[in-house]
Design a binder for this molecule. Structure first.
Ligand SMILES: NC(=O)c1ccc[n+]([C@@H]2O[C@H](COP(=O)([O-])OP(=O)(O)OC[C@H]3O[C@@H](n4cnc5c(N)ncnc54)[C@H](OP(=O)(O)O)[C@@H]3O)[C@@H](O)[C@H]2O)c1
Length: 293
């Protein structure tokens, strides 16, 4: 089995991909997890995988960590403003270290112009995708849709009492479970034939926030309302509730992008790569809101 490096190995997506690789029979000894914080290494070492220290901002640490790797999964970083150059470091270091194939967790979008409500976040993905296409390396780009797992952030912790207050209108999202995205990524890492491909990673079913409210109502037996306020009303309400401006800006941008259909997609790439139906909204909400009740 070829040598596989997973970056972001301390994060949710990285850990989950590593778990699927091991579960599906990849020897732990052929997997390397890249971390920037040594204190997060213990459970990875316990699994028997190799752990290397490296930071997307430190080129030489990456070249050293990637030695001997055939495939590399680059998990997008969290420093939105600086990550395009960080990702270029990873791609260049992979090239220098002789990596054959690099896979990247990119992001779904339609509007690639500066007018997009997601422009700030999307820019680094657009630039990274382009750098991969021009890298001369074999590449696979996963256009990951919004995780089902972010719904609780958008609807708030008290959603069952307060209902949903979110300015996404009737926009539809092809939300997919992070676990499904990670499993499909593990499958691609284990197979051949995915070189220079770009996949839309989403559920075939698309969901509005009204449908989230309806599913929650059915699940709990209580009527959960969905209100899509005007943007300004949303901002004022969250400001009065003490939500930091940075979060209000982020939630407003996502809501506007959803309203504009940025995350609507009916392609079946995820289902094909998984070899099974992805987790549906109904299943995700049932797991998340009824456990322990
Ligand atoms: N599609 C969606 O809905 C959605 C939602 C959330 C995030 N995302 C994106 O998908 C990525 C993976 O998701 P996730 O849930 O696994 O996020 P996560 O749990 O926050 O993991 C992010 C990982 O990236 C690592 N990282 C960040 N900056 C780095 C750097 N400069 N050098 C080396 N490693 C660095 C983090 O390391 P530390 O542990 O040291 O911080 C962590 O391991 C996120 O980073 C983000 O870009 C997508």
């Amino acid at each position: 089995m070829s040598k596989i490096v997973i970056t972001g190995a301390s994060g949710h997506f990285g850990k989950s991909t590593i778990n699927f690789l091991i579960e599906k029979g990849v020897p732990a000894s052929s997997i390397t997890g890249l971390l920037r914080d040594e204190s997060k290494a213990k459970d990875l070492i316990d699994k028997g995988i190799n752990v290397k220290l490296g930071d997307y901002t430190n080129y030489q640490s990456l070249v050293t960590a990637f030695q001997g790797a055939e495939k590399l999964l680059l998990i997008s970083g969290t420093d939105i403003s600086n990550r395009a150059s960080q990702h270029r470091n990873v791609i260049n270091a992979a090239k220098e270290a002789g990596v054959n194939h690099i896979l990247y967790t990119s992001f779904e979008r339609k509007n690639e112009s500066d007018d997009s409500p997601m422009a700030l976040l999307a820019k680094s993905h657009i630039e990274t995708d382009q750098a991969l296409r021009e890298s001369g390396l074999n590449y696979t780009i996963f256009r990951n849709n919004l995780y089902l797992d972010v719904i609780p952030l958008f609807v708030g912790q008290q959603v069952l009492e307060t209902g949903i207050f979110f300015p996404a209108g009737e926009g539809k999202v092809a939300f997919a479970a992070r676990e499904n995205l990670a499993e499909a990524t593990a499958n691609v890492l284990m197979e051949i034939g995915h070189e220079n491909k770009e996949y839309a990673m989403n559920n075939v079913e698309n969901y509005t926030f009204q449908s989230i409210a309806d599913e929650l109502s059915a699940l709990t037996g209580n009527r959960i309302q969905y209100v899509s306020p005007e943007r300004e009303v949303y901002r004022e309400t969250l400001t009065k509730a003490g939500v930091p401006a940075e979060y209000i800006g982020m939630f407003s941008s996502f809501a506007e992008a959803i309203k504009q259909g940025e995350f609507e997609n009916v392609k079946s790439d995820l289902e094909n790569l998984l070899g099974k139906k992805p987790v549906s909204l109904k299943e995700y909400l049932a797991q998340t809101y009824t456990v322990g009740n």
